[in-house]
Write a protein that binds this ligand. Structure first.
Ligand SMILES: [Fe+2]
Length: 568
């Protein structure tokens, strides 16, 4: 396994910066290319575009040399108004090398706003597939369709969810909220069916990924999925990472799935992961590819501002862990200590990013403020008695029983009858169930809510990370609603149904129990893979969840949809 020292870490940083500046030299290049200079290439990983603005867009491909041992290659690229490339608007020549894994990123500038463009890359005797992209509208935009994704796990299943979205040309842009790859070994998380369905790792990438070479190979494998390639070619993407682009439950200086004693310096691993991510994805990081600062904003006409946030690696303090608050001998929960710790000034986005977001929200002239970020923001507080449950298979029965208690309490309250004190305590003594989400950082969440409330701008939040679909009201400590949250299910990673071990016919009942027991949760789906489509107009935002029935082969059907509209 290749390891990286601090010196290598610095070298990586410098190399990434150098590549970025090469890209910008090409900016706006109108010169054609000399086909005699082009290398013999294959384009096995498709094309992609992203971070489109009103006048610029990042184009991406990977140009592998046909001949082994070649370290540097030259290719041509073209951008046109038509798929036959008769109306060329830009073309140029670009060089890439093994230094950046033969990936190519071109930041094409001085384009016209609100236009659809086609692009392709050319080698000596091959050309890439043709991609379609679109610049952002300058001002008047009456309708917008955004497709939202997270959590695609290669060994867990086929990326049929991406494939399905690629069939919908009405989608203007794709937003990806992270877990684009997973770091685990071939026998790790969600790999139970990988051999059976033919989604295995090559022997040189079958261990948990740690080095730059490991991360690059993992991206290369994921990008062989046909559905993923199709969706990249269909529309511009706007991405942020979650934890698995680095390691499970990443925080600023570590991760649950990183053991420094055997896996080396976490910051070295993090830099390798960040570098591979920038190499493989069509992103324009605001401070260049040498910086992990990924948060950035885009205005879709004057209809919607998209603010992509980092809640993972820039500023996040280590997650609290319930395990540390249960007495090993007595099983007693140290409630006072937990309450004090969770209420402390703990960082998630960090003050610098929060200030940046505050300025962006204040200065935006757009009708809607959309926060694209990783983890659930809504309060997901469940009855405290559930937290001690060690055997997850007992949870469904406990949840259903508690839902009955809550119904009894609500009925008594509605009928102005006395409420049983024990019943009331069971459903009102609640605790957050996931301390890796915003629920583990309530103080900073209130700061953000206060900013939005002061500005009079409701927050439209989108989230991934959980692998299930959720719709919640965002409610502050004064019980005032400051916005809504739409959370997308995974593309292929297993959801809650996997842990609760519930047969599919019982999941709806369980979802209803969740929605009843969690005050701010309005609806959820706990068992299906899919994505969200946001249809935006000045009047409203409609979120449609689209679920498919199968990820274990490339045959699938859309089997269910659900809609929520804000304002209702
Ligand atoms: Fe995930």
């Amino acid at each position: 396994m290749e390891r990286f020292s601090r010196r290598d870490f610095l070298k990586l940083t410098v190399a990434a910066l150098a590549v970025s500046s090469v890209s910008s030299l090409l900016t706006g290049c109108a010169a054609d290319f000399d086909s005699r200079r082009l290398s013999h290439l294959q384009f096995s990983h498709g094309v992609a575009s992203g971070d489109a603005t009103q006048e610029a867009v990042i184009l991406w491909t990977r140009a592998q040399p046909i001949t082994a041992g070649v370290r540097e290659v030259t290719l041509g690229w073209q951008m046109a108004l038509d798929p036959a490339f008769k109306q060329l608007v830009r073309s140029g020549e670009v060089t890439t090398s093994a230094e950046r894994d033969f990936t190519v990123k071109i930041d094409v500038q001085q384009l016209s706003p609100g236009l659809q463009y086609y692009y392709r890359f050319l080698g000596a005797d091959t050309q890439s597939t043709i991609g379609k992209t679109r610049t952002l509208a300058a001002a008047q935009l009456s309708a917008l369709k955004l497709a939202v994704f997270s959590c695609s796990n290669y060994p867990a299943g086929y990326f049929n969810v991406y494939r399905e979205a690629a069939l919908h040309p009405e989608i203007d842009a794709v937003i990806h909220l992270g877990d684009y790859i997973y770091e685990y070994a071939a026998d790790g998380y969600a790999t139970e069916k990988s051999v059976e369905i033919g989604r295995t790792f090559a022997s040189d990438n079958a261990a948990e990924i740690l080095s730059l070479d490991d991360y690059r190979k993992r991206y290369a494998l994921y990008r062989t999925d046909a559905g993923l390639q199709q969706l990249h070619a269909a529309a511009p993407w706007y991405l942020v990472w979650d934890d698995h682009e680095i390691a499970n439950d990443t925080w600023r200086n570590g991760a649950e799935n990183h053991q420094s004693e055997t896996e080396g310096d976490f910051l070295v691993r993090r830099m390798a992961a960040v570098r591979a991510y920038y190499e493989w994805l069509p992103i324009r990081p605001p401070q260049g590819e040498g910086s992990a600062q990924i948060y950035r904003s885009f205005d879709f006409g004057q209809l919607l501002s998209l603010h992509l946030l980092d809640t993972r690696i820039i500023a996040r303090d280590e997650q609290l862990d319930y395990k540390n608050y249960f007495d090993a001998k007595t099983g007693q929960f140290a409630s006072a200590k937990f309450q004090a710790d969770i209420a402390a000034d703990r960082s998630l986005m960090g003050q610098q990013q929060l200030n940046w977001l505050s300025d962006k929200l204040a200065s935006s002239k757009c009708h809607w403020q959309l926060l694209g970020q990783q983890i659930l923001m809504a309060k997901m507080h469940i009855p405290a008695e559930l937290l001690g449950t060690k055997d997850y298979s007992q949870l469904p029965e406990k949840l259903k029983a508690l839902a009955q208690v809550k119904l009894r309490v609500q009925q008594a309250q509605q009928n102005q009858q006395p409420v049983d004190a024990t019943d009331l305590a069971r459903v009102t003594q609640v605790m957050p169930y996931n301390l890796d989400a915003w629920d583990g950082y309530p103080r900073e969440r209130e700061q953000l809510y206060a900013i939005a409330k002061k500005l009079g701008k409701p927050l439209i939040v989108i989230a991934g990370d959980t692998h299930n679909a959720w719709y919640s009201h965002l409610v502050d400590q004064h019980q005032q609603q400051v916005g809504v949250e739409f959370a997308t299910p995974s593309v292929s990673s297993p959801g809650l149904e996997h842990y609760l071990k519930v047969p599919p016919e019982q999941t709806d009942e369980l979802a209803q129990a969740f929605s009843l027991l969690i005050n701010d949760l309005q609806w959820c789906n706990l068992h299906q893979r899919g994505y969200m489509q946001l249809s935006v107009s000045a009047e409203r935002i409609e979120c449609e969840w689209r679920f498919i029935d199968n990820i274990f082969s490339e045959q699938y059907q859309v089997v269910a949809t659900h809609k929520q509209v804000y304002p209702a």
